[in-house]
Design a protein around this ligand. Structure first.
Ligand code: PGA
Length: 241
């Protein structure tokens, strides 16, 4: 695990965007799993801008969902799909056939998990998986206590996740359950990036990186990942030794 600390959120975002771009330059057919959430917003803005500037062809890149709020449709501005559509898929002209996202309104959610697992299996490994970290140490919707050998699954969300999640929505929204890739898929990703910015993430970053590896803090498993980068700004890194 490599921990890299940047002076400010702008440098963090620029460097993370360059890592995404580098992955695609190296492998134009890469399979990417990119988180929604506030943390990577600037990273994606830079990714779209650099790709346009340098003329990087994203047309054969494949994208797979990290997580979604169960019951929230793709047209809801709070869905991960909507966010990535705005930030990356539309600006980069990604063909819809290359976008493999959970349908969080599917009647059979177990079948939906299997569908996404199968797509990842067919496309081989995830080349780059970029995640944020929840205030409770979650990765995607792998909440504290998760079975870490799981692939895609549905879960009841922590109360803290339900409350913090309201920030993505224009109106109060029921957010009891989530659908997510599992820790097994995170650990199998060729390259994993954990991105965190701001003082509010400092305590959980310290716990995840410097304390024991435990499913009580799912992000702590990044310590065991063979090729992981923890990319932080100074504020998020401020409690690290
Ligand atoms: P955030 O979400 O980027 O909006 O802080 C992170 C997460 O909950 O995984």
């Amino acid at each position: 695990m490599h921990t890299i600390v940047y002076d400010n959120p702008d440098q963090l975002a620029r460097s993370t965007a360059e890592k995404i771009i580098g992955t695609v330059e190296h492998n134009p057919n890469a399979l990417l799993c990119l988180a929604g959430g506030e943390t990577p917003r600037l990273t994606y803005r830079y990714t779209a801008a650099i790709a346009k500037d340098k003329g990087i062809d994203f047309s054969a890149v494949q994208f797979v969902s990290l997580d979604e709020w169960i019951g929230v449709s793709t047209s809801n501005t709070g869905s991960c799909y909507y966010f990535l559509q705005q930030m990356l898929f539309a600006p980069l002209d990604i063909p819809s056939a290359n976008i493999h996202f959970f349908d969080a309104c599917a009647v059979d959610l177990d079948a939906e998990c299997k569908r996404i697992d199968n797509i990842i299996g067919q496309l081989k490994d995830i080349d780059l998986m970029l995640v944020g970290i929840g205030m409770n140490g979650h990765i995607g919707f792998n909440e504290p206590g998760v079975a870490v050998d799981q692939a895609a699954h549905t879960t009841v969300l922590d109360i803290s996740t339900q409350q913090v999640g309201q920030k993505y929505f224009l109106e109060n929204t029921a957010l009891q359950k989530g659908i997510t890739l599992g820790m097994a898929q995170f650990m199998q990703a060729q390259t994993a990036i954990l991105l965190a910015s701001g003082i509010t993430k400092a305590a959980i970053i310290k716990k995840a990186l410097e304390e024991e590896i435990t499913n009580a803090v799912p992000a702590s498993f990044i310590q065991k990942h063979g090729n992981a980068f923890v990319m932080l700004d100074m504020a998020a890194a401020s409690l690290l030794q």
